[in-house]
Design a binder for this molecule. Structure first.
Ligand SMILES: [Zn+2]
Length: 476
């Protein structure tokens, strides 16, 4: 007989048909949710089951971080004064030339810990690097598996600035797909870093490869205004138009950002069944713009929430991203109803899972789904007096309120601490590879980022008072 676990909370926000249950509980066994209902009923049905939680706090589905880059795990805290294209040229691209699979594993474990401790159970990662032939993206799967996280990993290939043979890129997609196929919890998507960042040759090959293999695709789309302008100069159409022209709208497509999209393009994305991921904190740090989230959702597009990368956020605190998503829409539209707590919690759970094509398994607490869930504690100030669990989860909590996390029925966080990993040891293990990466990429000398003589890989200056060079010429 399978051992049954029961998780109880003062409120269970199921995100499913059962809605919000006061003094509710979830029972699961073998990684599968068996029952969701009032605690008294669940306890009577499963007598003798271990019960975690009490009639305080809030239980909800594990959060779905629908867009991040674990490839940035070791390089946070650089370039807050750069816009996206400058930041990519100055920091991310140089680092990407030197990433190894081992660095990827260590970084994914470090940030995996941060994700779990902020209530995340499912991660959609786009691992970006231009270290051709290194197969570094496979390290993200190694790291996510080691932490027991569910997820998807894509290799966010680009070759326009850093030439890499198309065959080398395709070989890494195939190797990553094979690595994911051997994983119980981590799946694969073909990554297109950006439409603009790929040569026409690689973009055509990527679309063809996705179609031939039936692979879903993950990309960035319409993130900054410069992207749209450069695409129009290069092809005479926007990046949405270009994605359509090469056939990327004919495969299941998940597009991060979609900030600079026109009304007609929104309708086209909806018709094509594209999922979108909104990343409010990264959009604010890089001053990219405000995603028209209410318009996209009104058009029927599932919009998930992401932290975005560990160097463009610069944390993996998903609860912060959830709160920021609501606040950004309210202030941008000067309308407190623009995006509610219920909206953003849906986006961080079931809607995000739908955008990823995983809503048959996760995103809500329903019998038959996988047991990914989070218990927020009721013995801290945030949820001391719950008048509205939706608003208080969004506006009152932080990772300090995350008591317990289960992924596929396995407890990964217990009473606020990682299970099976020593957090301090993960931090320590990241120090040497982070220092090595920074040194190899030439990122350690901040005076160069501040406008001093560019040398090595750090070719863009952007701090106040420093001349901004355009960085490596974008090869078309
Ligand atoms: Zn991103």
């Amino acid at each position: 007989m399978r051992e049954v676990g029961v998780v109880r909370g003062g409120h269970v926000l199921t995100m499913g048909p059962a809605g919000d249950l006061a003094d509710g509980a979830v029972a699961f066994a073998g990684g599968e949710v068996l029952a969701v209902g009032p605690y008294a009923e669940v306890a009577a049905r499963f007598p003798g089951a271990e019960v975690v939680g009490d009639d305080r706090g809030v239980v909800l589905p594990g959060l779905v971080n629908a867009h991040t880059h674990l490839s940035e795990a070791l390089i946070p805290g650089m370039g807050e004064d750069l816009s996206l294209l400058e930041w990519l040229a100055a920091i991310v691209t140089p680092a990407g030339r030197h990433l190894t699979r081992e660095m990827a594993r260590v970084g994914a474990m470090l940030k995996g810990a941060e994700l779990l401790l902020s209530g995340v159970t499912c991660v959609n990662d786009m691992f970006c690097h231009t270290n051709g032939g290194s197969l570094a993206s496979l390290g993200a799967v190694d790291g996510l598996e080691a932490m027991g996280l569910r997820g998807l990993v894509a290799f966010g290939a680009e070759d326009a600035d850093d030439p890499v043979p198309v065959a080398t890129v395709l070989a890494e997609h195939r190797a990553l797909a094979e690595r994911c196929a051997a994983s119980d919890l981590v799946g694969f998507r073909l990554g297109v870093g950006t439409v603009l960042g790929q040569t026409d040759e690689l973009l055509a090959a990527s679309a063809a490869e996705a179609k031939a293999n039936g692979w879903a695709v993950h990309t960035h789309l319409a993130e900054v205004k410069e992207e749209v302008v450069q695409a129009r100069l290069r092809w005479g159409v926007t990046t949405v138009g270009r994605a359509d022209a090469v056939g990327l709208l004919e495969v299941p497509l998940l597009a991060a950002h979609c900030i600079w999209v026109r009304q007609g393009e929104i309708a086209e994305l909806a018709r094509a069944g594209v999922g979108v991921v909104h990343n409010p904190v990264a959009n604010m740090i890089l001053a990219s713009g405000v995603c028209p989230v209410p318009v996209l959702r009104a058009a029927g597009i599932p919009v998930g929430l992401g932290t975005d990368g560990a160097a463009s956020n610069d944390s993996q605190n998903m609860l912060e991203a959830v709160k920021a998503a609501a606040l950004l829409q309210k202030v941008a539209r000067l309308d407190p109803t623009a995006l509610t707590a219920g909206d953003v919690l849906a986006m961080a759970t079931l809607e995000g899972a739908r955008a990823l094509g995983l809503d048959d398994r996760v995103g809500s607490l329903e019998p038959g789904k996988r047991a990914d869930l989070v218990r927020l504690r009721g013995d801290r100030p945030g949820l001391a007096n719950v008048h509205d669990p939706w608003q208080q989860v969004v506006y009152c909590t932080s990772p300090a309120d995350v008591a317990d996390v289960w992924v596929d029925g396995v407890r990964r966080v217990a009473d606020g601490r990682l299970v099976g990993h020593d957090l301090a040891a993960l931090v320590e293990a990241s120090r040497a590879p982070a220092a090595e990466l920074v040194a190899r990429a030439g990122l350690g000398d901040h005076s160069r980022l501040a406008g001093g003589a560019a040398a090595g890989d750090a070719a863009v200056a952007g701090r106040p008072g420093g001349a901004v060079s355009p960085g490596p010429a974008r090869r078309r």
